[in-house]
Design a protein around this ligand. Structure first.
Ligand SMILES: Nc1ncnc2c1ncn2[C@@H]1O[C@H](COP(=O)(O)OP(=O)(O)O)[C@@H](O)[C@H]1O
Ligand SMILES: [Mg+2]
Length: 327
């Protein structure tokens, strides 16, 4: 595990705030006062309802989204923008269509290892493409690869940069459940091999538990921050079957689901209260600002958010009713 005290706070989010303008142009703090320390080599997953600010936090760490206030420190350095020390995997890998898988990965490797020899770079690219299971397909073009294989290229491209922090934003969200399970296993293998420090956003509670050392649960916005954090007791190298058989898996899963449900109820109640107050014309200017924020998030979540799903595609409702049945 960590050897230096510094490694205990390898990544640190300090009083992190992000404000976006509401439809009236007034700033609303979408996330407010997020504080988190991540150990070197630790894998964190972030769950929360759609629209709560998970991607906002991740893109701030990536340096792609300006921070309103607070700060982010990676390996003792405050970040001020994007950099090769932080690689991001999004839902869709956005490969360059005129380049093969190999060339897509090489593109980043050339930038990050300018002093490596041609042979060394070739070995790096091939190594990571093999690790994601694309040894046989590395000279294919994106159009010749399935979505799952394209996402493997995206993952190889990120990990080949040997970033200090690997950032993943719902990386398997677009994949069917079988492909998702395959890629989860590949990610687990990569994390074990590279000992990477990683943050992964997901709305899948099983995936959150499977991958992470700690699951960070975000409250519903606006002014979202960290509600609860749970540690997972699953050994590494990690394997799905061992995790599912672990006696703590289902209790932890229940706790995550309960948190999400409680937050969902809280959000709905806040939106209903805000609406009735506004209809009664009893709100002050300050409250009006909050009302707009809460309603926006509630509406955005209602539209955009499928219920968090398990790898088998069950909805939370089903899972919950099953739990009632079985308990
Ligand atoms: N560029 C933007 N301008 C205004 N509001 C935004 C912008 N990006 C995101 N938001 C709002 O911020 C909130 C958090 O968004 P996001 O971080 O994408 O949520 P999540 O990833 O948890 O689904 C949402 O209410 C969203 O509508
Ligand atoms: Mg998101």
């Amino acid at each position: 595990m960590s050897q230096h005290p510094q490694d205990e706070r390898f990544v640190e989010l300090v009083h992190l705030v992000k404000a976006y303008p509401n439809p009236h142009g007034d700033p609303i703090n979408v996330v407010e006062d997020v504080n988190l320390k991540i150990r070197k080599g630790e894998v964190i997953s972030i769950i929360g309802h759609s629209g709560c600010g998970k991607s906002t936090v991740l893109t701030m760490v990536a340096g792609l989204n300006p921070i309103t206030s607070g700060g982010i420190v990676v390996d003792n350095r405050e970040i001020t923008g994007p950099g090769p020390d932080r690689a991001v995997v999004f839902q869709s890998p956005c490969l360059l269509p005129w380049m093969t898988a190999y060339q897509n990965v090489m593109l980043g490797v050339q930038n990050v290892y300018p002093h490596a020899t041609k042979q060394e770079r070739k070995e790096i690219v091939e190594y990571y493409l093999h690790l994601v299971g694309l040894g046989e397909s590395m000279h294919k073009y994106p159009r010749e690869l399935s979505n799952g294989m394209q996402q493997r290229v995206g993952i190889a491209r990120a990990v080949a940069l040997q970033p200090k922090v690997l950032l993943l934003d719902e990386p398997f969200g677009m994949l069917d459940s079988l492909t998702r399970m395959e890629l989860q296993q590949i990610l687990l293998g990569l994390l074990d091999k590279t000992q990477a420090t990683a943050m992964m956003v997901t709305h899948d509670v099983d995936e959150a538990l499977l991958v992470a050392d700690r699951v960070v649960m975000m409250t519903t916005g606006p002014r979202a921050n960290i509600g609860e954090i749970v540690e997972t007791p699953f050994a590494r190298p990690r394997d799905r079957d061992a995790v599912l058989e672990h006696p703590d898996f289902y209790p932890l899963r229940g706790r995550l689901i309960q948190f999400l449900e409680d937050e969902g109820h809280r959000r709905d109640a806040a939106a209903a209260k805000a609406r009735s107050e506004r209809d009664g014309q009893t709100v002050s200017a300050v409250e009006e600002e909050q009302v707009v924020g809460v309603e926006e998030v509630a509406e955005a979540s209602a539209e955009a958010a499928p219920m968090p799903t398990t790898p088998l595609g069950e909805t939370l409702d089903q899972v919950h009713s099953e739990q009632h049945v079985s308990s």
